[in-house]
Write a protein that binds this ligand. Structure first.
Ligand code: GN1
Ligand code: MG
Length: 545
């Protein structure tokens, strides 16, 4: 590395000293912490993003400032690779090292070694697009990221403004494919493919209103822009953040999915209505309705990521069946995590689909979904998408020319092509996911209640346990068994045995300082009781904090 380059990093890093006593890790979804602790981290991730761009021939890299569903005082930073996917996991250890480097000198030395090891030609200059969610701390953190990017001499930082995480990933992917890549191109793309799918509905019925909980975050605001251009959908948006509500506080997809209760701003008046929730950066989507018999209670019927996945799988399978023998050759597969409800896995298997399991975190699911011609992946919490392989897509486009226009096969092929344009090919995206759910429900002529009947969820419960050191829990690669602390798995197994259809596991969270407990059983009381006894075991083996 040239002396001028070294001097540039030394100088800028003086502006962002590392706070005492924080040890950060890139984790399941980038760095997250209280926003006041993050300036130095974001600055350093800016440097990393420039290097990543340089390593990949100055392709555009994305840097997103968000802490998703976490509280508003938190923030975080994650990197989008030029493909629009998550940062290559190979680079995560370097991210951890530089984030925790204790002095400018140590930082420079780590960067120097890495640049040499990875043979990065630093002279050319990289390009990084910076996005942020609506958190008040986002603006100053974005400035820190800009300084980090530009401290790699010749690199350019482009502020692309307040965006949802999936918008930034989509834009980065489009840019590197040489396509139109602005935010309005993103909207245009959703609008065109949604309208195309609506136009291909065999028997169109009047559709009912959808009520959306925007989590007081960026997703509701973007949805407002989107629906202005859509006439075949009636959406009322609540919790936009403009009416005094706090980001993710008692609202949003994470809250609704974990607590299974209505978000603020919803109540019995909405009984029976089709409702949906986004999370804070709009990469998660869940649906729900308030049962009419709830009589003032706050419980919801939840249609989570597993149910969205099942609906998508059913629709895609239907189109492949219409195409006939050739369509049946398509390898359609599903990727889930250990948190997937057992009933959903049974359902997709009964449909004849291949199901594979991945570790928690979309980077793991995405990778596995890419192995199929059409790979559908979802986390139960509502993050997911459908990936189409390049090869299968070009086959579909070819078939569009072969089949006569207006024929059933032509329509089926056109629907699949439109789905591939609508649904974000980079990451799970609540906006595009919502549009796809809406169009499929209209296609099927289904209400949310009818969709919910695809299968009945096994009762489940998730709890978090605060412990002294969550890293003391080490699991198998599928995360379904704990290898450490020694003896805990036997104790968990003994609990599971007491329950019909019992299943439970523990793992350390990658985004919060807790151990997560998941339990499933044949009744809600049993699932609750299994979760609570496993939580007790965690406390007694690890000590509560
Ligand atoms: C049980 C659960 O919902 N875990 C979430 C959560 O990860 P943890 O590592 O469990 O904290 O946040 C991740 C990022 O949003 C998401 O990918 C994952 O599914
Ligand atoms: Mg999120």
């Amino acid at each position: 590395m040239e002396e001028t380059q070294i001097a540039s990093i030394l100088k800028s890093s003086e502006l962002y000293p590392i706070p005492q006593s924080v040890k950060l890790s890139y984790g399941t979804a980038g760095f997250r912490a209280d926003a006041s602790l993050l300036e130095s981290t974001v600055y350093r991730v800016g440097i990393l993003s420039s290097l990543r761009s340089l390593k990949l021939n100055s392709s555009t890299v994305g840097l997103m400032i968000t802490a998703s569903h976490n509280k508003v005082s938190d923030n975080g930073v994650k990197v989008s690779d030029p493909s629009g996917g998550m940062l290559s996991q190979e680079w995560e250890p370097f991210a951890d090292q530089i984030a925790n480097a204790s002095s400018p000198k140590e930082l420079v030395s780590l960067i120097k070694d890495f640049v040499e090891k990875k043979e990065i030609a630093i002279e050319k200059g990289g390009e990084v697009w910076l996005g942020r969610d609506t958190r008040p701390s986002g603006e100053s953190l974005l400035r820190a990221a800009e300084i980090g990017v530009r401290s790699v001499l010749g690199s350019v930082a482009v502020d692309v403004g307040v965006l949802t995480t999936p918008q930034l990933h989509w834009m980065v992917r489009a840019k590197n494919k040489g396509l139109n890549a602005t935010e309005s191109d993103y909207f245009e793309n959703l609008i065109t493919s949604f309208k195309c799918l609506i136009g291909l509905i065999p028997v169109k019925l009047e559709s009912s209103k959808l009520v959306l909980d925007g989590a007081n975050g960026v997703g509701g605001l973007k949805m407002e822009v989107l629906i202005r251009s859509l006439s075949d959908i009636d959406v009322e948006i609540r919790n936009t953040g403009r009416d005094g509500g706090v980001l993710n506080e008692g609202v949003g997809a994470d809250f609704v999915q974990k607590e299974k209760v209505v978000p603020l701003g919803f109540g019995v008046k909405d009984a029976g209505m089709r409702c949906a929730s986004f999370d804070g950066d709009a990469d998660r989507l869940v649906y729900f309705y308030i049962p009419s018999e709830s009589c003032g209670g706050d419980k919801v019927e939840l249609l989570d990521g597993d149910k969205i996945l099942s609906l998508f799988a059913l629709f895609i399978k239907e189109q492949l069946n219409i195409i006939g023998d050739e369509g049946k050759k398509c390898r359609l597969g599903v990727v889930q995590t250990a948190y997937a409800n057992g009933a959903s896995t049974d359902y997709v298997k009964e449909m004849g689909l291949e199901v594979v399991f991945a570790k928690t975190g979309v980077k793991h699911l995405h990778e596995k979904a890419e192995e199929f011609d059409v790979g559908i992946y979802f986390e139960a919490n509502g993050h997911g998408t459908i990936l189409f392989s390049e090869c299968f897509l070009s086959w579909l486009v070819g078939k569009q020319k072969d089949y006569s226009e207006g024929s059933d096969k032509h329509n089926a092929v056109s629907r699949l092509v439109a789905v591939s344009n609508l649904i974000n090919q980079a990451v799970g995206d609540a906006l595009s996911g919502l549009l796809l759910v809406e169009v499929i429900l209209q296609h099927m002529g289904w209400s949310v209640q009818k969709w919910n009947e695809l299968y009945k969820d096994l009762p489940s419960r998730q709890v978090k346990v605060e412990v002294l050191d969550r890293t003391a829990v080490v699991t198998t690669s599928e995360e379904t068994e704990a290898l450490k602390p020694l003896g805990i798995q036997d104790a968990i197994n003994a609990e599971i045995k007491k329950y019909g259809r019992g299943r439970a596991f523990i793992r350390p969270s990658g985004t919060e300082d807790v151990v997560r407990v998941y339990a499933e059983a044949s009744t809600q009381e049993a699932a609750d009781s299994l979760a609570s006894s496993v939580a007790q075991l965690v406390k007694s083996f690890l000590g509560s904090s």
